[in-house]
Design a protein around this ligand. Structure first.
Ligand code: GDP
Ligand code: CA
Length: 329
């Protein structure tokens, strides 16, 4: 099977690990055998930020490190065995900001990226080059080679202003009331090379439990991506369980765009033209959404077995709904 997955960071990466296990592509990579299954990941780049002259791509790196075995497992982001000497030295020079967790090992990745950017390579080629080392076992491509950044319009005693998503998310823990979330540069951005082709050639699109606004929403906001997916069988996994995000503050993002924090409301927001199937947690059993096949399964990615079972359930539903579509035609 050829599966396309539009993914953010932690939720996307963990789900992808389960999907690789379910498809057996992790074993195939290790033994260097060809496999009939291929996973293409369209990574969110809306969270990208330039700090200290370095272009940082948190979601692409989280997917790459998680699937390549370099992730800090407890944290879910950043490198394993990380140290923060560079960060401390920068702070000693009075360099700002100090709220971003820039690790030493991680910095090497950003330096490689910066050097390739300076040499004129597009982000898609840079991502492929970085994956050469990590061998994530999926094709990882950014949603776009163009610069798109999520900014948040906040309004507090300092006044109404736009700040970078990372400042809102990390520095303010998404606690500053957000009036609006904007995808700067999205209207002019083009999908990265190969993105639309991968969607067209896919047997199914699986939307992982990633942030529906700033991860999945950013990817779907790039011209042509959503449209190409609508023609496919699309199954999504809810990042919301029992009316709350599993980790992180996705509820603050949903509130900012006027969507209720519930599994059903997120499916409705993604749209029945896009979604054919939607997996909700057993806590949300009974959720109904017009025009979408909703099933309940355990959605906590608590360990590798549970995550693989979840990915298998998404695959099974995609196959079932594809067959149903084929029969209907
Ligand atoms: P980020 O870019 O690192 O914020 O990560 P993503 O956008 O990929 O995913 C964040 C979302 O993953 C959050 O909204 C969480 O609710 C969701 N998430 C994290 N762990 C789990 C889990 O075990 N199960 C489910 N269903 N969702 C999860
Ligand atoms: Ca992210």
């Amino acid at each position: 099977m050829r599966i396309v997955v539009p993914a953010g960071g932690i939720g996307g990466a963990r789900f992808l690990r389960g999907l690789k296990a379910a498809l057996g592509t992790d074993a195939a990579t290790e033994s260097n055998q060809a496999t009939d299954h291929q996973i293409t990941v369209i990574g969110n780049t809306g969270d990208d930020i330039t700090l200290f002259g370095l272009r940082i791509c948190p979601d692409l790196d989280t997917v790459m490190y998680t699937l390549g075995g370099g992730i800090n497992e407890e944290q879910g982001w950043g490198r394993t065995d990380e140290t923060f000497t560079v960060k401390e030295e920068l702070a000693a020079y009075g360099m700002k900001p100090t709220w971003f967790g820039l690790g030493d090992r991680d910095t090497a990745t950003h330096i490689v990226r910066a050097q390739m950017i300076a040499a004129g390579y597009p982000l898609s080629a840079i991502t492929t080059a970085l994956c050469d080392r990590w061998q994530p076992g999926v094709r990882l491509m950014p949603m776009t080679d163009d610069q798109v950044e999520t900014h948040v319009i906040v309004n507090d005693e300092e006044g109404r202003r736009a700040i970078h998503f990372q400042e809102w998310w990390i520095r303010h823990r998404a606690a500053l009331p957000a009036e609006q979330i904007i995808s700067l540069g999205a209207e002019k951005a083009k999908p990265a090379p190969g993105v639309i082709r991968a969607i067209r050639n896919a047997d199914a699109v699986i939307i992982p439990p990633s942030n529906p606004v700033v991860s999945v929403g950013s990817i779907l906001g790039i011209e042509g991506i959503r449209e190409a997916m609508v023609d496919k069988t699309v199954v999504g996994v809810s990042p919301i369980i029992g009316g709350a995000p599993v980790r992180g503050m996705a509820d603050a993002c949903l509130s900012a765009i006027g969507v209720e924090t519930s599994a059903g409301a997120v499916a409705e927001h993604l749209g029945s033209d896009l979604l054919d199937g939607w997996l909700v947690d057993e806590a949300d059993a009974g959720t109904e959404v017009d025009g979408i096949e909703v099933r309940s399964r355990p959605l906590y990615m608590s360990d590798p077995a549970a995550t693989e079972a979840l990915a298998q359930a998404a695959l099974d539903l995609a196959v079932e709904l594809s067959e149903r579509k084929a029969q209907g035609q």
